[in-house]
Design a protein around this ligand. Structure first.
Ligand SMILES: [Zn+2]
Length: 190
């Protein structure tokens, strides 16, 4: 998996880009939660669940389907004030689903372990991305600031952080341009 820091970073940037009525801080907190939650499946090791099992590490709990279920649950628990099944609610659920699904997709870009059961629960085949530039890291923060951890983090910065920051800048630029154009139109129209 990429480090927990990178999963959280992606969620944080995505939350920053979210345009909606939700409070930014809560969206950050819940977004980061759903982005790192799939790795809680390692608890299964203690319960005797095998890595390759349907509910093993990188199995069902790393799938987009599970991410959607977690998003529904989080929307119900943490955003009770949002009226259910409204456009605002669905937008929130879609955002949390995408952030949760980003975990499995990023894990599929790592070069170790078993692949990700991206189609679970319908198919337990484990998949890797065609290109796996991210070195697999150990789970959790217990080896944080060791040489290997820092080497992995640097590779993640190159292959994940930089493209995410670039996309952030491009999106921000597009929004700024659209805002300027709207401003010009309203000025010329008045
Ligand atoms: Zn993972």
């Amino acid at each position: 998996m990429p480090t927990v820091i990178t999963h959280a970073f992606v969620a944080g940037v995505a939350a920053h880009q979210f345009r909606g009525e939700e409070r930014r801080r809560r969206l950050w907190d819940v977004g980061i939660l759903v982005s790192v939650l799939p790795d809680a499946d390692v608890l299964g090791f203690r319960l005797g669940v095998d890595y390759a099992d349907a509910f093993g590490h990188r199995g069902f709990f790393h799938s987009p389907c599970c991410a959607a279920l977690v998003a529904l649950l989080c929307a119900a628990v943490f955003f009770r004030h949002v009226p259910r099944f409204t456009a605002r609610w669905w937008k929130l659920v879609a955002f949390l689903s995408l952030v949760g699904a980003s975990h499995g997709i990023l894990d599929a870009c790592t070069d170790g372990g078993l692949g990700i059961a991206l189609l679970a629960p319908f198919d337990n085949t484990r998949y890797f991305a065609p290109w796996t530039p991210i070195p697999v890291s150990s789970i959790g923060l217990h080896d944080v600031f060791t040489g290997r951890f820092m080497a992995v983090l640097l590779r993640e910065m190159l292959w994940v952080w930089l493209p995410v920051i670039a996309a952030w800048c491009v999106l921000g630029g597009i929004r700024h341009l659209l805002k300027c154009r709207r401003g010009v139109r309203s000025t010329t129209g008045s």
